[in-house]
Design a protein around this ligand. Sequence first.
Ligand code: HEC
Length: 253
Amino acid sequence: MSDTQEKNLDYEAEGGSVVDVHDAVRREKILPPTGQEPVSFSPIIATIIVIILGAGYFGAYGNFFRDDIYISSFYQPEPRPAGIGGDEGGDKGPWIDQWLAGGKRVYGQCAACHQPNGGGLPGQYPPLTGSEWVHGGTERLGAILLHGIQGPLTVAGQSYGTIPMPPWNALSDEQIAQVITYVRSEFGEMKDDPKAIVTTEMIGAARDKFSGKAGSWTESELLDIPADAMLPGAEVDPQTGQPVGGGEDAAAQ
Ligand code: HEC
């Protein structure tokens, strides 16, 4: 009790009234609940500037997400492995279509010289269309792709050789097999001919066979390979990619 009395006395002694003391409290602003405090001006201005600049940039250069720009026409999803997630071959179509699509993708690297239509450029790059090197046996093609050519080389009656054909041995066996299949089918007029198909196994065999070859081929070395020599390996069924008649192991994929 004496405590309270003392306090009251202090307060009387300072001369303040109850109202005076509470005035000070009333002047204070009531704090908003945490998280709802007003934001200061500068971050708002900064945000507005960022939005205006961003929208302006998008408007100028964004092309409004036009799908012909944002979706690359070269994009090709990897084929899903057969047998996983459903029926084999179901929506994927025949094996040969995927094999040729893969070959077409690799051919993108050849097209700068041999041209997208396989026609070549007169005097510089020989044509693949109508070329005796393309629609003959596969052994010469395997040899050419793995080690390249140092001209002169006669193709469809014209001589080439100012520019050498580079070796493509950094491509995988599968890529080389696919691009040869594509070139034979598209430009060698062997569409739907099972002899057009070259498998990974066949390119593996070619790599072994020509592993001792140093440098690029000359025309006479290539002519030593019989025109109709085929790379060893099982022929495959264009629908399934599985070997037909007697091939023991899966030739591809
Ligand atoms: C840098 C240009 C260039 C690129 C890229 C190129 N080649 Fe060639 N290719 C040539 C030249 C040049 C010759 C002729 C070589 C010579 O006469 O020495 C040739 C020859 C050939 C030949 C034999 C001649 C014929 O026309 O049938 C084949 C087949 C061939 N190339 C396939 C390909 C394939 C497949 C690719 C892609 C993997 C490819 N080339 C990429 C330049 C190129």
